[in-house]
Design a protein around this ligand. Structure first.
Ligand code: ZN
Length: 192
């Protein structure tokens, strides 16, 4: 297990659609090492999630986790550690909510993205067993962000109003309080 270098926007691997894994590849030592590295790297960087192409491997594996008190996302509800192989995310409603997103591959920048409030996530877990869950609220946005990576899409592609783009410092200074208020309302409604 090790903390890997996170590639940054401009690196072509972030724009490459990731290759799905065959079921018998999931248990392979190389895949299991990659999953461990993704978890270590995400935690070391205080991320809410990390996709394999962010460490330079264009395969359909991503992880998500929000532990209490995450300094990058203090308003995010807890997400238990989740490993997704070959994830498919399907919106269960046309309702969206605006969320300030950031990304470890886009350092220092945040912007507003519309995300579905309720999604179904189907994938394999790290043991190759099928996983089929419904995710709601703010956490639904996290899963949409991570699976976007596996299709070569970054949050900045989904920022409809580029005037919402801001640095981390300006987000903190000018936008975080109002956004955290909206986030809390969403979390109160969905419990996640
Ligand atoms: Zn990201």
């Amino acid at each position: 297990m090790s903390v890997r270098e996170i590639v940054q926007i401009g690196h072509p691997v972030l724009r490459e659609p990731a290759r799905p894994l065959a079921p018998d590849e999931v248990g392979a030592p190389a895949t299991q090492r990659l999953i461990d590295d993704l978890i270590d790297t995400m935690r070391a960087a205080d991320g809410a999630g990390l996709a394999a192409n962010q460490v330079g491997e264009a395969v359909q594996v991503c992880v998500a986790e929000v532990r209490p008190g995450n300094p990058r996302y203090p308003y995010k509800p807890v997400i238990p550690l989740t490993v997704l192989v070959n994830p498919v995310v399907e919106a269960l409603t046309a309702e969206t909510f605006p969320v300030y997103e950031g990304c470890l591959s886009v350092p220092g920048l945040r912007g507003v993205v519309e995300r579905a409030v309720e999604v179904r996530v189907r994938a394999l877990d790290r043991d190759g067993d099928p996983l089929d869950v419904v995710v709601r609220g703010l956490s639904a946005g996290t899963f949409q962000h991570e699976t976007d990576h596996l299709h070569g899409t970054l949050f900045v592609d989904r920022v409809a109003d580029t005037r919402t783009l801001c640095t981390w410092d300006e987000f903190r200074r000018r936008h975080e309080a109002a956004f955290a208020e909206r986030a809390r309302a969403l979390v109160a409604r969905f419990g996640s």
